[in-house]
Ligand binder design. Sequence first.
Ligand code: ADP
Length: 602
Amino acid sequence: MSSKSDIPLLSEKHSGIPLNLLEKAQRAKALIYETRTKETKTRERLPAIPQGIDKSTFIKALDELGDQLGTDNVEVNEKPLVDGWYMEHPNTHDMMPILDDEELVASAVVYPSSTEEVQRIVLWANKYSIPIFPISMGRNLGYGGAAPRVRGSVVIDLGKRMNKILDINPNDYTCLVEPGVSFYALYEAIQAKGYDHMWIDTPDLGGGSVIGNTLDRGVGYTPYGDHWACHSGLEVVLPTGEVIRTGMGALPGNNTWQTFPYGFGPYSDGIFSQSNFGIVTKMGMTLMPNPGGYESFMYAFQKEGDLEALIEIIRPLRIGNILENVAQVRHAIQTLAVKGLPRTKYFSGDGPIPEEIVREQLRKMPIGDHTWLYYGMSYGPPHIRKYKLDIIDQEFKKIPGARKIDPSTLPEDEYFWSRDRIAAGVPDLVELLWVNWVPNGAHVAFSPVSPIRGADAMKLFNLGKRRHDEFGIDFLPAFCVGLREMHLIVEIVYDKNDPVKRKAANDCLREMIDDAAKEGYGEYRTHLVLMDQVAGTYSWNDGALMKFNERLKDALDPNGILAPGKSGIWPARYRGRGWEMGKSSGGRSEGNGVTPSKNTKL
Ligand code: ADP
């Protein structure tokens, strides 16, 4: 291997790739650039200064911050917007824009090295009423990446200099991390220490940070898949600059911060997740005991309508913990798309790829023809696994035509093996391959939650299919089954260089959000551009929840500086000025100014 990799390694950079995944990363990168035609343009809307401050004051303010943090740690974002790719992602904008590139961009990026420096940045933002937007890794792809919601916000890239694993406790099975610790980094550190008795839980891709993913309520695929439920203890810089520690962390001299999440009194952690109420600088996470063995399994189901019976079978097995992990039920088109090749390899027409073409391709693969694949894992020593796997087999085979696929028949590069690694807590890089389905591939997710019921699965499936057909978009659904609910994750993959395709994706998403809400379904997470609309669907009792959130926002962030608009929560200065994005806002992300800051003294 050459001494310097063309892709940053984890040993060189907090956001880098572990050496053992380098080859995969190189292949993934090559596939992406093979279909990329988008060129990096010169900037047309510079400078990207936030509304409410004039240019000279803004520049003076940045100079002042540079004096405090060091000039190298304050970067003005006036260079061309380079999208890069997953492993070399930007921290200035969304590398998968669904609006014009210039809409959701930072004016500058700053790099604190400590909680104290985060406090200073927050105080500075209050002094000048400048919106700031924290990211940990900025790889929240499909939901906005590193982009701020308000154009011209100053992005606080926490990960670059705050990326230490502060503790790994092999007795309590816990760890304490800073924002720049990726799933790759945590996994490698545990391996390096030889702690074979502990597993981490990882999302589909391991390059995100443990903190960012958890705060956005991301999931993984071991029995510890609900990251938010598995965290214990936060350190948070409030929008007014004070620092708090939640749970047991508030008790000086405690040794239970990472083992008991609640402490005493109101459980405050919840308000720092999917919100704009604080900047998390440390977080505790529980680790899973090595279950003493594991075995992945996969079943294929032939007909689209089999979904209904399958979900009914899954529910009691999942609630009863016979199905132990957040399992995935994926559609046939994804089996094809995750090969990483453009859809034009199979079909050159417009509109959704005909089903028969997908099936024809599947018949040529070792997995064979199917509509749905169930990917699961059984944990524990062989005799325990056998008990569970026998029940699963008996139940799944009640569906006519159901087939268990023997993993030994699958080649090494089959996607099944990536799911196998992930369900065993080993971070991977394969999932992003389906982004190459179209040139300049980008994706935004539609992620409604429903109970684990066959009728709901079919209703959501049909709702999504209908809208995708209407907008001429390939429909890529996957059901991720939690303990009492499931998320349908639909990834719309579109050519980010084509405004018509971007608009179709955006319009389709907006219709699906409304359709779903009419049927009583809401999204568990969403892209920055869709946050106002999704928040608006949670409107029970005349929007009582949003009124409560706004009251919290005004109390905690009187100058409205922290991530305005995130999760649809706007500070008082922005309200009533058309900042919300919805069906009628088109491609515009900005509102009509802000009221002059009251500049509440802190
Ligand atoms: P990832 O680490 O998965 O790449 P991001 O850094 O993109 O995640 O962040 C995901 C979301 O969580 C973003 O909306 C971001 O504003 C928020 N977020 C990330 N880190 C923090 C943090 N340390 N404090 C508060 N919010 C955060």
